[in-house]
Design a binder for this molecule. Structure first.
Ligand code: FAD
Length: 315
């Protein structure tokens, strides 16, 4: 039996999400293969071949796979599953791409998937959060192939090994014509820590009042703590912070060692994205704000007074 991990990658390296998914794959009690799709992706395959636990890397390399279209990726992986009947589970992270890709492959095989797995009890029994993380549902699936998206904050990253020489096998891509094509893609590049992997996150909500305040109050604190910036959806919708800063049910799920929740009420939807943080510091002028129910430390104060003061005191 084989568990197939779909590798997510930047232009030249596997993304860290893949390392966490490989740790989850180790709990599926089978060999782990990883599949890399793209154009000129040999270096990524080589990097994946050095992750502990991976027994085989399959490369699907073609010009038309340069565009990360979920329709075309789903088609190739579906062909792979037909060629290798020993693949009994397929895993990818609960990223936007994972959420777009995996249900397509499962549907092509007439099967359902289990989404956002946080615990693997056995190769067919999993925990997953429901109702914005307020309940944990234990699910048993009898599908012939288990299709799982994995919540990466719940599994440690797999390590690199010194061993070399595992198999990188080519699998021929079948031409695929899609009605869809990518006209343009852009991403924000930043020298600040990445929100998903930062040890400290400084997040702000509607209480900050404006984009200028968000920058003026939070950035100096984040800089001193080498922290990533985060935001509530209200702050994002009000234009205080960019979309990719949003934490929560419809944003990113983070679990840093230290999370500052500044000027935010603590809605269930926001908690769904940060309540696993090890230490939560809440600053809110309303002592009844729900955020204080989950905060490790709570400060009832005006953020405009205390945040600059805290920043000044941190050496
Ligand atoms: C389907 C769905 C999905 C959603 N997904 C998300 C999500 O992913 N992430 C998310 O965050 N939200 C999400 N939301 C929105 C969520 O319900 C809340 O509306 C949002 O989280 C509120 O953001 P907030 O806490 O910044 O704002 P508010 O609830 O308005 O809270 C502002 C807080 O700031 C405090 N404050 C004001 N001034 C000061 C001051 N000077 N000093 C100190 N404190 C001050 C106030 O006391 C208040 O508690 C979702 C909602 C829905 C329906």
């Amino acid at each position: 039996m084989v568990t197939l991990v779909i590798v997510e990658n930047s232009t030249d390296a596997p993304k860290k999400e893949t390392f966490h998914v490989i740790t989850a794959a180790k709990l599926m009690e089978s060999d782990i293969w990883a599949v890399v799709l793209g154009k000129d992706c040999h270096n990524i395959c080589k990097a994946v071949s050095t992750i502990s636990g991976v027994k085989k890397v399959i490369k699907i390399d073609a010009e038309f796979l340069k565009e990360k279209l979920s329709e075309s990726y789903a088609f190739q992986i579906s062909n792979l599953l037909k060629a290798y009947r020993e693949i009994k589970s397929v895993l990818i992270s609960t990223s936007s791409f994972g959420k777009e890709l995996l249900p397509r492959i499962a549907a092509m095989h007439g099967m359902s998937q289990v989404s956002d797995v946080i615990k693997i009890h056995s190769p067919s029994i999993f925990d997953r959060p429901i109702y914005a993380g307020n309940l944990i549902s234990k699910v048993k699936t009898s599908e012939k192939i288990k299709f799982l998206t994995i919540r990466t904050t719940k599994f440690d990253a797999a390590k690199k090994t010194e061993e070399v020489g595992i198999n990188i096998e080519n699998f021929t891509a079948d031409t695929f014509s899609s009605l869809k094509s990518i006209i343009n893609s852009s991403s924000v590049t930043s020298d600040k820590p990445d929100l998903l992997s930062a040890r400290v996150v400084v997040a702000g909500g509607r209480g900050l009042g404006s984009a200028e305040n968000y920058k003026k109050i939070l950035e100096p604190l984040a800089l001193k703590l080498n922290a990533a910036l985060g935001a509530s959806r209200a702050a994002v919708d009000s234009g205080f912070a960019p979309n990719e800063y949003q934490v929560g049910q419809t944003g990113k799920v983070v679990a840093p060692e230290l999370y500052f929740a500044i000027g935010m009420s603590g809605s269930v939807q926001h908690l769904a994205g940060m309540k696993d943080s090890k230490i939560i510091v809440a600053i809110n002028k309303d002592e009844d704000a729900p955020i204080f129910r989950i905060a490790t430390y709570g400060l009832v104060a005006d953020l405009f007074d205390v945040v600059p003061e805290i920043t000044k005191k941190i050496r």
